[in-house]
Design a protein. Structure first.
Length: 595
C-alpha cells in the first residue's frame, strides 16, 4: 500500500511534535519545581548581593539620618584602660550623657555582666544601674544578650535587667543564610511555647515599628555608616550631645576581632574592605530600612511557579542561534526585573528561571543536534548506495545544494567498460547479465572509493569516475592510476570465481586523462546531478575506446603517465581523437583474464 504524500508528511509532523513534547515535559517539570528547592539558593543569594551593589552604584536610596552608632573602638579602650567587662562606671556615664540628649531610642548592643561587680569595687553596680534607669526614662531602651555555643541564653544580672525596665533582654541574633552571611532580620525566636524577643525586635517595638519577621534587610539603602567613639560621648561635649538628639543611638563594639559577622555589603565607612564588619551594623541597617520604606520581602513561590513555563518556552524556538538570542534576551529581562523588584523592596529570585532559560536553550541545542544526527544517519542509509561517499559527505555538510556554484578544478577522469559486452549480452540470459554486472561493479566500486574517486555515472557495462572533486586530492592523477591497478586486480580475482562457476571471464578497457574542468551541479533545483565537464573527460573516454585496438588494458594521457610513478608504462605514441588534436598516450598491459 502506498500512502499519499500528504499523509506521509502529516505522519512525520505528528512524530516530530511527539518528540518535542517528550523532551519538553521534563524541562517544564524541572522549571516548575526548581524554585521550590534550595539547590540554587547560594546562587540566588549571590545575585541578591550583586543587586545590592548595583543599586548602590546607581544611587543608594535616600534615608533619613536617624541612626547614630556609638562605637567601642581601640582608642577608647586604651583611654579607659580597663577590661570591657569592668566598664560599669563608663557605660553608666555614657548612658546618662545620651539620656541628656533626648534621643529617639537607645540600643545597648553589649552583653552586660551576669554577676554583680560590687565585690570587685563598691559602687560599680550602682553606677551602671543609674545610667540604665536614666536612659530608659529618656527614651525606649533595649539591652541585648547572646546565645552560647551550648544553645543556652547567656544570663544577665537581674538588677541590671530591672534597672533597664525590661522583662528580658533581647537576643542579639540574626539568622545566617547558607553562605554564612546575615541578610535577614528576626523579631523573636520560638522554642516550644516560649517566645524570646530579639534585640532588633525590642528596638523595633520601642520605636513603634511593626517589623516583618524573617524579611531581608535592604542593604541598598543609605550611605555608609560613621561612628562616634564612645570616649567622645563619655566626655559629653555639647556638639556630640546635639548629634544624638532625636536619633536612634546604638552602642556596640567596632573593635577589630570582637562581635563581627559576614554581611552582603560592608557599610562601615571606616573599614570598607573588611569582609566581616561589626555586627552592630546589621542592627543599624535593619532599623534604617524599617524606618525608610521597609525591608525586602521574598516573592512568593506561586509567582515563580507561574513564571517557569514562560522561561521554559525557549525550548520551542527553532534554530540554535534564535534560541540563544531569545534565551539571552530573556536573561537580560529577568535580571532587569530582579533589579526593579529589589528597588521596590521585593526579592525576586531569578536564578532558577535563568537556569531554566539556560537549560531550555541547551536542551533545544542538544535536541536539534540529536535530530540532525539522526537525519544525517537516515540520509546516509538512504543515499549511501546512490552516490559516492565524497558526494554524500558534501551534501550532508552543506557544501552541495541546488544553488551550489560551479568551479574550475584540475581533475582526473577514469573511464572503464567491459570489452565485448554488447555481443555477450545478446546471447546470455538478462538476469545472469544483470547479476554479472552487479558483481563486476561491486569489485570496482570499493577500489575507486578507497582511492578517493567519485563515481559520476554507470553506463551499462561502463562507468565514469572523477578524482579531485567534490573533495580535493593532493595527487588526483596518481589516485586514478592506483585505482586502475586495483580495479584490474579485483577483476582478476572475480574472473577466478567466474571460471570456477563455468562463466566466461570479463576483460576491461580503461582510459585515464587529466586536465582543467568545470565541476558542480547540472540540472534544475528539482533534479540535478553532480558532475564535471572538460576536455580531459572526452580524452579519457576515447582512450578507453582505443585501448583494445592498441593492445593495452589501460591507456593513460601523458600527464597521468608522468604522475603515475610506474616504470612499466609503454609509449603508445600519438593517438588520433576525432575532432581533437592528437594526444600522446602511454599504455599498460595488466592482465585481467585468468590463465
Amino acid at each position: 500500500m502506498v500512502l499519499p504524500e500528504g499523509q506521509i508528511k502529516n505522519g512525520a509532523s505528528r512524530r516530530a511534535q511527539r518528540a518535542l513534547w517528550v523532551w519538553y515535559v521534563p524541562l517544564l517539570v524541572l522549571a516548575m519545581l526548581l524554585p521550590a528547592t534550595q539547590v540554587l539558593e547560594r546562587a540566588e543569594l549571590w545575585l541578591l548581593d550583586v543587586n545590592f551593589h548595583v543599586l548602590r552604584k546607581l544611587g543608594p536610596g535616600v534615608t533619613p539620618d536617624d541612626i547614630v552608632l556609638v562605637g567601642i573602638d581601640e582608642a577608647s579602650e586604651k583611654a579607659i584602660a580597663q577590661p570591657l567587662g569592668l566598664w560599669h562606671e563608663a557605660i553608666g556615664q555614657v548612658l546618662t550623657n545620651i539620656a541628656l540628649a533626648r534621643p529617639r531610642a537607645i540600643g545597648l548592643d553589649i552583653v552586660l555582666p551576669e554577676r554583680s561587680a560590687e565585690s570587685l569595687r563598691p559602687g560599680m553596680d550602682a553606677a551602671l544601674m543609674r545610667g540604665l534607669v536614666r536612659a530608659r526614662k529618656s527614651a525606649p531602651l533595649a539591652i541585648s544578650t547572646g546565645i552560647e555555643a551550648t544553645g543556652r541564653v547567656r544570663p544577665i544580672f537581674e538588677a541590671y535587667i530591672v534597672a533597664a525596665g525590661a522583662d528580658a533582654p533581647g537576643l542579639a541574633y540574626m539568622p545566617r543564610d547558607l553562605d554564612g552571611k546575615v541578610r535577614r532580620q528576626k523579631i523573636a525566636l520560638a522554642d516550644g511555647q516560649i517566645v524570646a524577643p530579639t534585640f532588633f525586635g525590642r528596638l523595633a517595638a520601642g520605636l513603634g515599628v511593626e517589623a516583618t519577621d524573617n524579611a531581608y534587610i535592604d542593604f541598598s539603602r543609605g550611605n555608609p555608616f560613621h561612628y562616634l567613639p564612645i570616649l567622645k560621648v563619655l566626655e559629653a561635649d555639647r556638639a556630640t550631645l546635639d548629634a544624638l538628639t532625636g536619633k536612634v543611638v546604638l552602642i556596640g563594639s567596632v573593635l577589630p576581632f570582637i562581635d563581627r559577622a559576614a554581611q552582603p555589603l560592608n557599610l562601615a565607612e571606616w573599614e570598607a574592605e573588611n569582609p566581616e564588619p561589626p555586627a552592630v551594623l546589621i542592627q543599624a541597617q535593619a532599623l534604617r530600612a524599617e524606618l525608610s520604606g521597609g525591608p525586602v520581602r521574598r516573592l512568593h513561590f506561586f509567582w515563580l511557579f507561574m513564571c517557569a513555563p514562560f522561561a521554559s518556552a525557549v525550548w520551542w524556538v527553532r534554530g540554535r542561534g534564535a534560541a540563544l538570542a531569545i534565551a539571552a534576551a530573556g536573561a537580560v529581562a529577568l535580571y532587569a526585573l530582579s533589579l526593579m523588584a529589589l528597588r521596590e523592596h521585593w526579592f525576586f529570585p531569578v536564578v532558577a528561571l535563568l537556569a531554566t532559560l539556560l537549560a531550555g536553550w541547551a536542551a533545544r541545542t542538544a535536541y536539534e543536534a540529536w535530530h540532525q544526527a539522526r537525519e544525517r544517519e537516515r540520509l546516509q542509509r538512504t543515499f549511501a548506495g546512490y552516490v559516492s561517499p565524497g558526494v554524500l559527505h558534501a551534501i550532508l555538510s552543506g557544501e552541495l545544494d541546488a544553488q551550489h556554484a560551479t568551479r574550475h578544478a584540475m581533475l582526473c577522469f577514469l573511464f572503464a567498460d567491459i570489452r565485448g559486452f554488447t555481443a555477450r549480452s545478446e546471447t546470455e540470459d538478462p538476469e545472469l547479465t544483470f547479476a554479472l554486472l552487479n558483481r563486476y561493479y561491486e569489485a570496482m566500486i570499493n577500489v575507486l572509493h578507497r582511492h578517493g574517486g567519485t563515481i559520476d555515472n554507470f553506463r551499462g557495462d561502463g562507468l565514469m569516475a572523477i578524482f579531485g572533486a567534490p573533495q580535493a586530492l593532493s595527487q588526483p592523477q596518481r589516485s586514478a592510476w592506483l585505482s586502475a591497478q586495483g580495479i584490474l586486480e579485483a577483476v582478476r580475482e572475480l574472473n577466478v570465481k567466474l571460471k570456477n562457476e563455468g562463466v566466461a571471464a570479463i576483460e576491461l578497457g580503461i582510459g585515464i586523462a587529466s586536465g582543467s574542468a568545470v565541476v558542480g551541479n547540472i540540472g534544475s533545483a528539482e533534479r540535478f546531478d553532480f558532475t564535471a565537464i572538460g576536455d580531459a573527460a572526452n580524452v579519457a573516454s576515447h582512450l578507453r575506446d582505443v585501448s583494445r585496438g592498441l593492445g593495452y588494458s589501460v591507456l593513460l594521457g601523458e600527464n597521468v603517465a608522468l604522475s603515475s610513478g610506474c616504470d612499466d608504462l609503454i609509449d603508445a605514441g600519438m593517438v588520433t581523437i576525432p575532432g581533437h588534436a592528437p594526444v600522446r598516450a602511454w599504455g599498460w598491459r595488466g592482465a585481467t583474464r585468468t590463465l
